[in-house]
Design a protein. Structure first.
Lengths: 182, 588
């Protein structure tokens, strides 16, 4: 509504968005993912990728890793709002640029084509220590773990070698060194 | 072997242990086993409402006026969906509610069974937490945990969904022992340094203001006492949000009135020009701040709040003190007495110019209106209602709209927990059922719902509840035949295009009252108003009071949304304001 007189307020501010990786430790109970994801959608926060799995079988703790973008104020709100959820134990927040944290995503590439193309595809992935998970005369399934932009790049490169299917995970994160996040 | 109890019995055993004495509810297929047990628990009284939304608002009124959590019992499907508005309302205004809903039996969940809905899914965003109990062994723990979540930290609604088969299943019940660890301390995350910093800021400030909100009320009556002590000890001016009214006496000379969109000229200008703003239990809502970029540009801001996520959400602050208002105020007072025992005296000089400025703003008399001898001005009606009830320790609820703002402006509250209004969600239809809940909590007190004719029609069926339980609530309707606030915005901001804001074919409220077997009173002229109000007050039965007011009166002052505090539109009485309003309109 460009000229409405009863507008509440228009936001003209364009603030810089940072990419953050938010790690949330939660009780692995029914609906817990919906609570976390619903908080993001309900308050208009972004989710770029999501990775969830139970990490402690005995205590039934799941670890949710969310890649998000937002202004510093929004990222701060995301953390504070998450901490208010009853099944949330702790919340960690890392900037993507943070050198003290390892970020990884995994991707599976299915390549279909003649033998030489399959070989070229493996070669192209060499930098990321590819694992050949499946091999037939006509096809390969290759697994790599890398950063998101690296996987983006590989997805593009592999097209010319007969890439027919890509499956990728969201990012997972872990701090370097002996310390753990408390 | 210890006795086995059914799920339905456990629901009531838990309520007994939580000292619940009233529940608001409506029966249905999926909660019948619970209703079956009701008669065996004499200490718990069930109030049968006429619509589940009414149960929710009644529980809110009960909670806000008593400080205890409100308890709701509804059936599955429509029972649960009908209560969603009230849960959302309670979530926005931080009211502790515990809602128990029936659910179809566990083996039917997910089959689109009769009266099935995804209750926990629907209520997830409007509760602090909710639970679907699938194992009878979890039931007692879940209910007790629900009470804990609802009442600790920043209070709010919770919901427990109990499938019908779980209500029949049996297990042991262990008497509940309240854990002592949650005595409020776990929510205090501040240290003495912050308190010292606050006192330092206070002693340096020449233009301070307290800006207080519903958090003071939620922190308990003691918090209001401490607030008064602190305000008197400092000599600072104080303004309050809609929800905070009553925590400080409305007729005190240090009180500047309510702030925000329909706040007073002095409160909003003082907020804009201050050099120190001390926010106690308020949340920088958009109806308070106006244009956020121009909000109080030159002040240091302190924010005292129990909810860490309230800090820096809308407005960045210089000093955040996360904790229970009561505890923070008590620490502040202690330090103030120790370090600056003569604070008031030393400060008087420093803030004298500020007070002069405030007096100037005050002299604008922004709440004034043009009186009339022919028609009842709505502001006049509230003023008279206040004058005739101010010694009666009345409890006031409201609906939402112009009448609500006039009530907030012209009714002066001197005690906390006397003012129940839907602020965050702005729920029309809140006031009548809320009044039912308030009267249940305070059977001997005067309870008045200041209403609009449009709002009150949304939940009018609850008059039947009031009659059934002999609740002498007074529904004081400012009847202007319009959705007044909608009409006002259309007049000022939408070129007088009164699209659908007039209610044709309104019922005759006096006859309606008679149909409900309560008392109907109508006032048409200012002359008869006092007598009619007195007649209402002398009636020991529920009353619907049809106060026919000026149809086109607007609620001023007003900050057009998107404008800062110092660009208010004043009422028609102020000549200069006509000029401002002309300019203001084009600016919006």
């Amino acid at each position: 509504m460009p000229n409405s007189k009863s507008a509440y307020s228009f936001s003209n501010k364009k603030e810089k968005l940072d990419t953050h990786i938010i790690v949330v430790w939660v009780d692995n109970e029914t609906g817990v993912l919906a609570r976390v994801v619903g908080l993001f959608s309900g308050r208009g926060y972004n989710i770029e990728s999501l990775a969830v799995a139970q990490v402690d079988e005995k205590l039934k703790i799941s670890r949710i890793t969310i890649v998000t973008t937002g202004t510093p104020q929004v990222v701060n709100q995301i953390k504070l709002q998450l901490r208010k959820l009853v099944p949330v134990h702790k919340v960690a927040d890392f900037k993507r640029e943070d050198k003290s944290v390892i970020f990884k995503e995994m991707a599976l590439f299915k390549i279909v084509g003649p033998n030489n193309k399959l070989k070229d595809a493996m070669k192209a992935c060499k930098k990321y220590d590819p694992v050949l998970l499946d091999k037939t005369k006509k096809s390969n399934v290759i697994q790599i773990t890398a950063l998101r932009r690296e996987i983006d790049k590989m997805s593009n490169i592999l097209k010319k070698f007969g890439l027919v299917s890509v499956s990728r995970t969201g990012a997972v994160a872990m701090t370097r060194g002996a310390d753990i996040f408390k | 072997m210890s006795k086995l109890y059914s799920g339905a019995e456990i629901v009531f055993k838990c309520m007994e242990d939580q000292n619940v004495d009233h529940i608001f509810g409506y029966p249905g297929g999926a909660v019948l086993p619970i209703y079956d047990e009701l008669q065996n628990f004499k200490s718990i009284k069930h109030i049968l409402v006429r619509h589940e939304q009414g149960a929710g608002h009644a529980a809110e009124g009960y909670a806000r006026s008593s400080g205890k959590p409100g308890v709701i019992l509804v059936t599955s499907g429509p029972g649960a969906t009908n209560v969603v508005t009230a849960l959302t309302d309670a979530y926005m205004d931080s009211i502790p509610l515990v809602c128990i809903s029936g659910q179809v039996p566990t083996h039917l969940i997910g089959t689109d069974a009769f009266q099935e809905c995804d209750t926990t899914g629907i209520t997830r965003p409007c509760t602090k937490h909710n639970w679907l109990v699938k194992d009878i062994k979890d039931l007692a723990y879940t209910i007790h945990k629900a009470f804990e979540v609802a009442t600790t930290g920043r209070p709010g609604p919770v919901l427990i969904d109990i499938p019908k088969d779980i209500q029949f299943k049996k297990t042991k019940y262990k008497k509940y022992k309240k854990e002592n660890k949650l005595n409020g301390n776990s929510h205090n995350h501040f240290n003495q340094n912050s308190i010292d910093e606050l006192i330092d800021l206070m002693s340096k400030s020449a233009k301070p203001i307290f800006y207080t909100g519903g958090g003071v009320i939620n922190s308990g009556p003691k918090a209001s006492e401490l607030l008064r002590e602190l305000v008197y000890a400092t000599g600072f001016p104080i303004t309050s949000t809609l929800q905070g009214l009553g925590s400080f006496p409305g007729d005190d000379s240090q009180f500047l009135g309510m702030l925000g969109m329909h706040g007073t000229y002095e409160a909003n200008n003082a907020m804009h020009d201050c050099d120190l703003m001390i926010n106690i239990g308020a949340r920088f809502d958009d109806r308070i701040t106006g244009a956020i970029d121009e909000f109080s540009p030159k002040s240091k801001k302190v924010h005292i709040d129990i909810d860490p996520s309230s800090i820096n959400k809308n407005v960045n602050v210089d000093l955040a003190i996360v904790g229970d208002v009561k505890t923070v105020l008590s620490s502040t007072l202690k330090s103030l007495k120790k370090k600056k025992s003569k604070f008031l005296k030393s400060n008087k000089q420093q803030t004298s110019k500020w007070w002069e400025k405030i007096q100037k703003w005050r002299s604008v008399k922004s709440l004034d209106y043009i009186g009339s001898e022919e028609s009842i001005k709505p502001q006049y009606a509230i003023e008279r209602l206040y004058e005739l009830t101010k010694d009666k320790d009345a409890y006031i609820t409201t609906e939402v709209g112009q009448h609500q703002m006039w009530a907030a402006q012209h009714y002066k509250f001197n005690k906390p927990n006397r003012w129940m209004t839907s602020g965050g969600l702005g729920t029309m239809g809140y006031g009548l059922p809320a009044a039912v809940g308030v009267q249940i909590a305070h059977p001997k007190k005067l309870v008045i719902d200041i209403a609009g004719e449009a709002s009150v029609l949304m939940t009018l069926q609850e008059m039947s509840t009031a009659v059934q339980y002999n609740l002498p609530i007074k529904i004081f309707i400012l009847n202007n035949q319009y959705m007044g606030m909608v009409r006002q915005w259309q007049e000022l901001l939408h070129d007088k295009n009164y699209s659908e804001s007039y209610t044709a074919a309104l019922p005759d409220f006096v006859k309606l009252a008679e149909a409900y077997n309560c008392v109907g009173i109508r006032a048409k002229t200012p002359e008869e108003l006092d007598d009619k109000i007195i007649e209402m007050l002398n009636t020991d039965r529920p009353v619907i009071f049809d106060c026919m007011v000026d149809k086109v009166e607007n609620c001023f002052p007003m900050i057009p949304s998107g404008k800062p505090h110092n660009q208010m539109i004043l009422g028609p009485k102020d000549k200069e304001s006509n000029k401002i309003s002309g300019k203001g309109k084009s600016l919006v």
